[in-house]
Design a protein around this ligand. Structure first.
Ligand code: TXA
Ligand code: MG
Length: 458
């Protein structure tokens, strides 16, 4: 099967307008997609049509990572996701919506039925089917990188494969205008895991999707690189206390600041433990693993010296290095060690960035954020460390400096791992960031600890 990129310039697909209810919550989204010969709009329409009719999933960008989408109400379409990704069938999928109206419709399949069950409701108005605990999170972070766990109604229209046998499901309204437009045009809730092959790093650019899934899917809607770079935070308010099941774009601190969420606990483990029952089913699998050996240096650890390089690679080889706050690559071979510690040139203080819904700013705000997203391939720096140094070691060093800023590190980390892997390096040394700098940093370290085969902690 041929896989094609369908590029879309989101600024040129038509008009967006929105209906906001109280607190800026996205209740409805109106889009008029350009009916003329604008190629982007035509691409968007054909991707939406494929979601409606085909059993082969469609890859599309979200603000976190690329998703691999299918109609969440059609089993044959949802099975197509598991097949393309080779994902274990017991790992449930997140369902993406374009508006609260669409989510409520799914939770309340028939309003007659809802009114019978809730017979005591006056004025014929049924209550909000979204549990009240989620209201503050929704008004603050949606659309955005937050997934909430909801009870799956007994007469749910969701295909059973979406929930993998659980009685609840993950729901998210993404912030990427292209994702919102696609879901709106398809007019279906869209089940979508990250669009990588199972166990590989999540894709943050259309090329990453193609690298993993070429020949397995037909359409990659190409909206450029993703803004956040790590997947959504998964939370549940159905347990007491509420739990974060996967760290991501929204931090524990930000969640605890919401009424009813003050006692939220961390419900995930940093390193998968074989005998513990994971609360988010996906957390038990090996993840985010490039082909090269990944060596993670926890924050504050010195960069690899000649001895560690020799132990990992032998006398020569191709070395990838991902630097964040302190590591710098020495350009002078006679310096002895290949790396040095120091402050990053790209900034001094690491900032614990917070991501809040930019919905207030409307789509212009969302598009503005997207345009700031850098491309990892453009920052890849190749240094030839020749064989002149005293130890007779000869390495080619490929460096990706992500900068000191945590949100830049999150945005670039998956891309950097993939880019180095594609360059054929034998090992990738990663300079870790400090978990305490907020959950985006914790999310990055959570992914890196899963990807790393070797961890340098002391
Ligand atoms: O940012 C994201 O969330 C991206 C984009 C595409 O939206 N999606 C994503 O999906 O990362 P996926 O399938 O790669 O990861 C979903 C995570 C898994 O860890 C899964 O186990 C968990 O969410 N999850 C899904 N449904 C769940 C449920 N009902 N209960 C607990 N965890 C659930
Ligand atoms: Mg994934």
């Amino acid at each position: 099967m041929g896989t094609v990129f369908l590029p879309v310039d989101v600024r040129k697909i038509g008009k967006f307008s929105t209906i906001l209810k109280k607190d800026d919550v996205l209740d409805e989204l109106n889009i008029e997609v350009d009916a003329s010969d604008n190629p982007g709009a035509a691409h968007l329409r054909s991707a939406a049509e494929a979601l409606r009719t085909s059993d082969i999933p469609v890859a599309f960008p979200t603000e976190t990572v690329y998703g691999l989408g299918a109609d969440a109400m059609r089993s044959s379409a949802v099975n197509g996701i598991y097949k393309a990704k080779q994902r274990p069938a017991d790992n449930p999928l997140i369902v993406h919506f374009a508006s609260l109206r669409q989510l409520r419709e799914l939770l309340r399949p028939s309003s007659n039925q809802a009114q019978q069950v809730n017979g005591n409701i006056s004025n014929g108005v049924s209550p909000d089917p979204i549990p009240a605990i989620y209201e503050p999170l929704i008004s603050k972070f949606w659309p955005g990188p937050l997934t909430i766990i909801l009870p799956n109604p007994s007469n749910s229209p969701l295909a059973p494969e979406v929930t993998a046998g659980l009685d609840n499901f993950g729901a998210r309204i993404p912030r990427h205008p292209l994702a919102l437009a696609l879901i709106t045009l398809a007019d279906k809730p869209i089940a979508a895991p990250s669009a990588n092959a199972s166990t590989k790093p999540s894709p943050t650019a259309a090329e990453h999707v193609a690298y993993d899934l070429d020949g397995r899917i037909r359409i990659i809607l190409d909206g450029g690189p993703c803004d956040v770079g790590v997947e959504s935070t998964v939370v549940t308010g159905l347990s007491d206390p509420p739990l974060i099941l996967r760290p991501g774009g929204i931090s524990l601190e930000q969640i605890r600041a919401c009424p009813g969420w003050e006692r939220t606990e961390i419900g995930y483990k940093n390193v998968a433990e074989a005998d513990a029952r994971p609360s988010a089913p996906g957390m038990k699998y090996r993840h985010y693993s490039p082909k090269a050996t990944v060596v993670l240096h926890e924050v504050g650890k010195a960069p690899p010296g000649p001895q560690q390089l020799r132990e990992t690679l032998g006398e020569s080889g191709k070395v990838g290095v991902i630097t964040t706050k302190r590591w710098r690559v020495s350009r002078d071979r006679r310096d002895g060690p290949v790396f040095q510690s120091g402050e990053s040139m790209n900034g001094t203080a690491a900032k614990a960035d917070s991501i809040e819904s930019s919905y207030g700013k409307g789509f212009a705000g969302m598009i503005e954020t997207m345009q700031k997203t850098p491309d990892a391939r453009k920052v890849l720096q190749v240094h030839d460390i020749g064989d002149e140094d005293d130890d007779g070691l000869s390495y080619q060093l490929l460096e990706i400096p992500l900068g000191a800023n945590v949100s830049d590190v999150a945005r670039g980390i998956f891309s950097a791992l993939r880019e180095l892997d594609r360059s054929g390096v034998d090992a990738i040394f990663v300079e870790g960031v400090n978990d305490d700098e907020g959950d985006l940093a914790a999310a990055v370290m959570n992914r890196l600890r899963k990807a790393a085969e070797v961890k340098v902690v002391d």
